[in-house]
Ligand binder design. Structure first.
Ligand SMILES: CC(C)(COP(=O)(O)OP(=O)(O)OC[C@H]1O[C@@H](n2cnc3c(N)ncnc32)[C@H](O)[C@@H]1OP(=O)(O)O)[C@@H](O)C(=O)NCCC(=O)NCCS
Length: 138
């Protein structure tokens, strides 16, 4: 799962630090971190929170799915639900996604969700494609 993330999440200490960091979220209560559930199993994580990489606290989305459950649209379904919640229910003006230029599955996911590609940037210690979804467009 962490091939493209710059942190080895197979190391339990690194994984715990990642979860602790998410649990320590202190932003707006309507934003934050979600788990992706399949029946009673936790199979992934997603977030929609103020970006630490983009200016102005822009809302940034992210998705992570256990490889065991990949390849059948579950991450797409979860990410789309979160995107719709942000744009339609919360009334956000935009939702941003930063995806490493070599993270092919995640780039395809952003395309499937209808994100617009607006450029390239240096984020999270590497080159990332910058995507945005706007109300009524995704
Ligand atoms: C990014 C990530 C979530 C994508 O996982 P995924 O399994 O490709 O995503 P989905 O569960 O939506 O499955 C989509 C795949 O299933 C296929 N699929 C099958 N049935 C489908 C359906 N009903 N709906 C959509 N896709 C379907 C799609 O064609 C797609 O395969 P393809 O990309 O080879 O065309 C996963 O690779 C991951 O967790 N990576 C590590 C964390 C990470 O990099 N996160 C992103 C940080 S920016």
């Amino acid at each position: 799962m962490s091939t493209h993330l710059g942190a080895d999440l197979s190391d339990p200490d690194v994984a715990r630090a990642m979860v602790d960091n998410r649990l320590a979220y202190e932003g707006p209560p309507e934003l934050g971190h979600w788990v992706i559930m399949l029946d009673d199993d936790l199979i992934g994580l997603a977030h929609l929170r103020p970006s630490k990489e983009l200016p102005g606290d822009l809302p940034e989305i992210g998705w992570y799915l256990s490889a065991r459950h990949g390849g059948r649209g579950l991450a797409t379904e979860a990410a789309l639900a979160l995107l719709r919640r942000g744009l339609d229910e919360m009334g956000l003006n935009s939702v941003w996604a930063l995806v490493r230029v070599d993270n092919a599955p995640s780039l395809r996911l952003a395309e499937r969700l209808g994100f617009l590609v607006v450029g390239l940037g240096s984020h999270y210690n590497g080159a990332h494609r910058v995507h945005v979804a706007l109300p009524g467009r995704a």
